[in-house]
Design a protein around this ligand. Structure first.
Ligand code: FES
Ligand code: FE2
Length: 401
């Protein structure tokens, strides 16, 4: 999983004044709107005793923890501790990570990383969103597979005749013509001519004659988005498929779908149904893939010319791993020590306050209260933590204020 990217963690319409928990990169976050409508994204874990802030209530623009009522500002600083008598200060370390947020294309994007603003990779441009000739639907589904498997599935043109034969590909014409990739640091896109299957259902009304070929633009945008632009004889259908890594083994697929035919709201249900049925065809196949995680080495799986978009992704991902942007891999971040350790995605404030950087660490999940299988050493002092990759914040023993 890659940090230092903007992740579309929720549909904008789902985020209100009621705090809402979302999960990404194995960590929980709370989203809510301030009184002016701006969205706040905080770590969902209160640094006092670890209760979920998303179960709390808003007081103005602050969120109050449901357990002992600590109140956190949108920037993550705690500004009220009800148990403290009047006049007692608030420890500087009493704060949670606050992540930059943007609202674009009907989605809430959180920047999950600590890069300063001018170094952050871009949110891709979705031109259809502001084009009034397009209607939009929002669809989501959880898939019990790693997000890179579900992500690669959508840029994989050659599976369509087999997995989606009746809906999307043509089993009688499974060949994939060689295609050119247009690539930059954050994306890779290709135009691919595919043979379509016969029209079904509502679309039959628009299909006069089945074309020999439809031009599909397919491509990925880091860290987890796939664009699929299908030029049908009667109009364009564009899907932006966000593969949100809930954790290593579960993915929340969020799709924003645009179409410039049947643009009445009455056709939304049909559009959503088509997208869901495609996802349901992919689900059992990607859930069956082994190894569950995408291999690191290119040579670990066999690639054909028709897999070039995936190969381009695997190459780029290796560069980002080398840059230290990879998180959540137990091989690199051993769960170690009497209190265990787990990844915390660092927010920009950690970089801005180096003296506090290790202060408000916490175990996000999975930490073990005692060393596994060694009950006798419950009271023993914690062994020294393993060194971790540079720039990675990990939880250690809880520190006092
Ligand atoms: S756990 Fe949040 S205030 Fe105590
Ligand atoms: Fe598919």
């Amino acid at each position: 999983m890659l940090k230092n990217f903007w992740y579309a963690v929720e549909f904008a319409h789902a985020v209100t004044r009621a705090p809402r928990r979302v999960t990404c990169l194995g960590q929980d976050f709370v989203l809510y709107r301030k009184r002016d409508g701006e969205v706040v994204c905080l770590s969902d874990l209160c640094v006092h005793r670890g209760a979920a802030l998303s179960a709390g209530k808003l007081t103005g623009d602050r969120i109050a923890c449901p357990y002992h009522g600590w109140q956190y500002e949108p920037d993550g600083a705690c500004s009220r501790i009800p148990a403290n008598p009047p006049g007692r200060g608030i420890p500087k370390k009493a704060r949670v990570d606050s992540y930059p947020v943007r609202e674009e294309y009907g989605l809430i994007w959180a920047f999950l990383g600590d890069l300063p603003e001018d170094e952050r990779p871009p949110i891709p441009h979705f031109p259809e969103h502001d084009d009034p000739s397009f209607a939009t639907v929002y669809v989501e589904m959880v898939i019990e597979a790693n997000y890179e498997r579900t992500f690669e599935n959508v840029v994989d043109a050659s599976h369509t005749p087999f997995v989606h034969g009746t809906r999307f590909g043509n089993p009688d014409r499974p060949e994939i013509p060689d295609y050119e990739i247009v690539q930059d640091d954050w994306s890779a896109v290709a135009d691919i001519g595919l043979s379509p299957p016969p029209a079904r259902g509502l679309w039959k009304r628009l299909y006069k004659e089945k074309p020999e070929e439809v031009l599909v633009t397919n491509g990925w945008y880091l860290p987890n988005i796939v664009k699929l632009h299908v030029r049908l004889p009667f109009g364009d259908m564009i899907l932006y498929d966000h593969n949100v890594p809930l954790d290593r083994n579960r993915t929340l697929v969020k799709i924003v779908g645009y179409r410039n035919f049947f643009t009445g709201r009455w056709a939304d249900r049909d559009a959503r149904k088509r997208i869901l049925s495609i996802l349901l065809q992919d689900k059992p196949v990607v859930e069956s893939q082994r190894p569950e995680l995408l291999p690191y080495d290119l040579a670990d799986e066999l690639h054909l010319r028709s897999d070039s978009l995936q190969v381009a992704y695997r190459r780029r991902r290796r560069q980002l791993m080398a840059a230290g942007w990879w998180v959540g891999d137990e091989a690199q971040l051993p769960v170690n020590g009497a209190r265990g350790s787990a990844t915390v995605i660092p927010s920009p404030a950690r970089r801005e306050n180096p003296e506090l950087a290790r202060a408000w660490q916490h175990r996000a999940r999975g930490g073990d209260p005692a060393p596994a299988g060694d009950p006798a050493s419950v009271d023993a002092p914690a062994p020294a933590a393993e060194p971790v990759p540079a720039g990675e914040a990990t939880a250690t023993e809880g520190e006092s204020e």
